[in-house]
Design a protein around this ligand. Structure first.
Ligand code: TEU
Length: 553
């Protein structure tokens, strides 16, 4: 049976932290090969690997210096080919992470441009200073500071929306686009079946770049420009669109539902689906990440609903996720890390996996991993975290407060080594890992999760299987149910005569919801849940963090 991307579940591997096979403290391809039986047991269909290309690793591989090689840090091309073949034998495909908005300044193209080689002069976005001597625009880098850095001694400045070592490519220059499409084709030939395109809605900069006006959001000046759609369609036609069954997902920074529909509507031939992040900003005070605020449950529900409903009605497709390598662990944000850790992990899993879209599981999520609780600044490796710490201190925050914010918000929260067992270095490596293992490693690990039949792991395994077995999950339409309920997130999926009502209690206390009469009969099936099985009643009281999916056919 061939499955389409609506029936599949994708598992994200952060290669640096998955499994170290050669004792250098850094995860690698042979480590992933070792763990194929584990991935197969979980039942996922594809693994997304964060970038494994040669890179100075200033931004953990999102600063690529060669798109067509494997970084020796992770192994060789032969290791990669072996990984593809061995995964294929258990029906798992690979998704690659294409960082096409920018390259490392160590990339040959940037170096040649810097050396004055004529062919490469237009590969990056360069501008002179303004006549008053100020920078070409007043935009702020996503990693703090200005977005412009001197381009050698030419007097020009180059644009970097992220770190100065990540120079933005000039997509308006056709040879740049051609080279990037060749990269996609190179990996298609190697058997790669999926592509995640990093910050892809930022690639289309205007010809004339201008300052943000006072109070104007500078991001809007380079995000979702109409020309991005032209480029994506062109890339589709020149590469992956020529093959059957390739899955693509665009990582969309600060986008809108309307744009999401345009990027993912099948007949537009751009991408299969999009990642959006608004639901993961509901614990940002006034939209600022480096703040400390309990999450806003009603906002979370509202945002997820708008994306579900909007994409449903507009025939777009969502990538569904709680965690990734840029996010603190969802359990710390929306669940419980103590008494109800497993229960809330299952609730979050079901409430996401039963939505309309393609679910992504981030390594460790399937065993209920939580934030590592680092003690000192030295424990952090991430460039964004270090810049933010400096900024917070400059803004007058105490060391203690700044560290508390890192503990809650740092991207390293999601990047700590995978917890395989309760032994030394969590079974990730025999040597000291590049990033400290989380404090919970002794009790939260794979070995434990595989031992217990009712563990978080087996709950994920069941959700993955249900998506393959039930069209209502993979192909059904979406409607909110009691959107205004203050404690429970509920929704209904419908496919032909099948219906699925999903109820999720996000509170650590009981909560009651009125069930639709249709479900109050003997035919209703309790499809999946994490609570005590009991008769359905019109007024149904859910246990703390209970999830329950009721199926009618
Ligand atoms: O992330 C894009 C992005 O917008 C993030 O910077 C996000 O805003 C931030 O992590 C939240 O704190 C992608 C990659 O996923 C990320 O790892 C890279 O650093 C970034 O692009 C640059 O390539």
């Amino acid at each position: 049976m061939t499955l389409d991307f609506k029936q599949k579940v994708i598992y994200q591997i952060y290669p640096k932290s998955f499994r170290d096979s050669d004792g250098d403290g850094i995860g690698d391809l042979r480590g992933i090969i070792e763990k194929i039986p584990y991935l197969n047991e979980l039942g996922i269909d594809m693994i997304w690997l964060n970038p494994i290309f040669p890179s100075p690793q200033k931004d953990n591989g999102y600063d690529v210096s060669d798109y067509c090689k494997i970084d020796p840090l992770f192994g060789t091309m032969a290791d990669f080919e072996e990984l593809v073949a061995k995964l294929k034998s258990v029906n798992i495909d690979i998704m690659f992470d294409m960082v096409f908005n920018h390259t490392s300044t160590e990339h040959e193209w940037f170096q040649k441009a810097l050396a004055g080689v004529p062919e490469y002069q237009d590969f990056y976005i360069r501008r002179p200073l303004k006549t008053d001597g100020s920078l070409p625009t007043n935009w702020e880098s996503k990693f703090s500071g200005p977005v412009w850095a001197p381009f050698g001694d030419t007097g020009d400045y180059y644009l970097h929306l992220f770190d100065p070592s990540q120079a933005d490519l000039n997509w308006r220059h056709e040879p740049v686009r051609k080279k990037l499409y060749d990269v996609v084709n190179f990996w298609l030939d190697k058997g790669v079946k999926g592509f995640r395109f990093d910050v892809i809605n930022l690639i289309g900069k205007d010809k004339e770049l201008r300052d943000a006006l006072p109070g104007e959001n500078d991001k809007l000046l380079y995000t979702d420009r109409p020309i991005v759609h032209d480029y994506l369609h062109e890339m589709n036609q020149a590469s992956f669109g020529q093959h059957d069954g390739i899955i693509t997902v665009g990582e969309m920074s600060s986008t809108t539902v309307d744009q999401g529909i345009l990027y993912s509507q099948p007949d537009r031939q751009e991408l299969s689906m999009v990642f959006s992040f608004h639901h993961l900003k509901v614990d940002y005070e006034n939209g600022e990440k480096w703040t400390d605020m309990p999450y806003d449950f009603m906002a979370l529900k509202q945002i997820l609903h708008e994306w579900q409903k909007g994409m449903n009605d507009g025939n777009g497709w969502n990538a569904l996720f709680w965690n990734n390598h840029d996010q603190p662990r969802a359990l710390n944000r929306f669940g419980d890390t103590g008494r109800y850790r497993e229960k809330s992990a299952k609730m979050l899993a079901a409430s996401m996996h039963l939505l309309r879209g393609t679910p992504y599981i981030y390594q460790g999520e399937e065993i209920g991993m939580i934030n590592p609780e680092f003690d000192s600044l030295e424990d952090y490796q991430d460039v964004e975290s270090h810049n933010a710490y400096q900024q917070l201190r400059d803004d007058g925050l105490s060391e203690e407060k700044a560290l508390q914010l890192l503990r809650a918000k740092s991207r390293d929260n999601g990047r700590t080594p995978m917890q395989w067992n309760g032994g030394k270095h969590a079974g990730f490596s025999n040597e000291k890992p590049w990033l400290r293992v989380g404090k919970s490693a002794e009790s939260i690990h794979v070995e434990q999760s595989l031992k217990e039949r009712d563990s978080v792991f087996y709950f994920y395994q069941k959700l993955i299987q249900l998506r393959k077995d039930y069209r209502v999950i993979s192909h059904g339409s979406y409607e909110a149910y009691q959107l205004e309920h203050p404690e429970i997130m509920a929704y209904e999926r419908t496919y032909e005569s099948e219906r699925l009502l999903v109820l999720n209690n996000y509170q650590d206390v009981e909560a009651t919801i009125t069930l639709p009469d249709d479900y109050l009969n003997d035919h209703t099936m309790w499809l999946i849940g994490n609570g005590t099985k009991r008769p359905l009643t019109k007024e149904m009281t859910l246990e703390p963090y209970e999830t329950l999916a009721l199926y009618l056919a």
